[in-house]
Design a protein around this ligand. Structure first.
Ligand code: ADP
Ligand code: MG
Length: 216
């Protein structure tokens, strides 16, 4: 588990555009925070800086007490699950979920127990042996989430995943809420849908033009 702290975080693109303007925010251990604001207000830029996919112009990002600024993306204990939704269609669900752990040379018994635990939590134990192409969209989504959580990230960040499909989005949100509750993983969730932000009943951080305008 970990908290995420942004201190005076700013991003100015090479063309001079100020995308994130002096944002300070703390997401506590195990907390679920929704980042909400219109398209173009800088939400994704913040997530990409947390994930290490975008250089920080100024400011600091901490994961608990650890300064993240100079840590390589792959060494950050967080999952930007939904950018990597691409699953290997010809592999089965189990192999897709195990992939990250195999790449990191985890022993087989640990991989096995983590994949089985995640599958149980997500309710997909019964389809682990099936190829991705044979699964429903719903189950594919769960496999993608499972692949993220078997690596035991301390923080889960959501990059407007499945924005184009409200039904998918709603299902995914249920899964993320459950993961937050069951595994106590800290979540930073992004949405530009005001209704979704409000129905979540969680802490909402409102953004506009690169700045935080309100926290409620
Ligand atoms: P959101 O996720 O809230 O919709 P983004 O973080 O994607 O917003 O983008 C914030 C602003 O930064 C937008 O106005 C976008 O056009 C601008 N932007 C994003 N990437 C670049 C870039 N590489 N160069 C210049 N401006 C950019
Ligand atoms: Mg975005």
């Amino acid at each position: 588990m970990a908290s995420v702290t942004l201190e005076h975080l700013s991003k100015i693109y090479s063309n001079g555009f100020v995308s994130v303007n002096d944002v300070s925010l703390r997401v506590d251990n195990g907390e679920f925070i929704t980042l909400h604001g219109p398209s173009g207000c800088g939400k994704s830029t913040i997530l990409r800086m947390i994930g290490g996919l975008e250089d920080i112009t100024s400011g600091k990002i901490y994961l608990s007490d650890e300064l993240l600024n100079d840590i390589l993306p792959r060494d950050r204990r967080l999952a930007m699950a939904f950018q990597n939704y691409t699953l290997y269609k010809h592999f089965n669900a189990y192999d897709n979920m195990a992939l990250g752990l195999r790449l990191r040379d985890f022993p087989r018994n640990i991989i096995d127990s983590r994949v089985n635990d995640a599958a149980k939590l997500l309710g997909i134990s019964g389809v682990l042996g099936q190829k991705i192409k044979a699964l429903s969209e719903r189950d594919k989504q769960k496999v993608a989430l499972g692949r993220a959580i078997v690596c035991q990230p301390k923080v889960l960040v959501d990059e407007d995943f499945a924005r184009q499909d409200p039904e998918r989005r709603k299902e995914m949100l249920c899964d993320i809420l459950e993961i937050n509750e069951e595994l106590k993983i800290t979540v930073l969730y992004v949405t530009n849908d005001p209704l979704e932000a409000r129905t979540l009943g969680k802490k909402i951080v409102f953004m506009k033009d690169g700045k935080i305008t309100d926290i409620g």
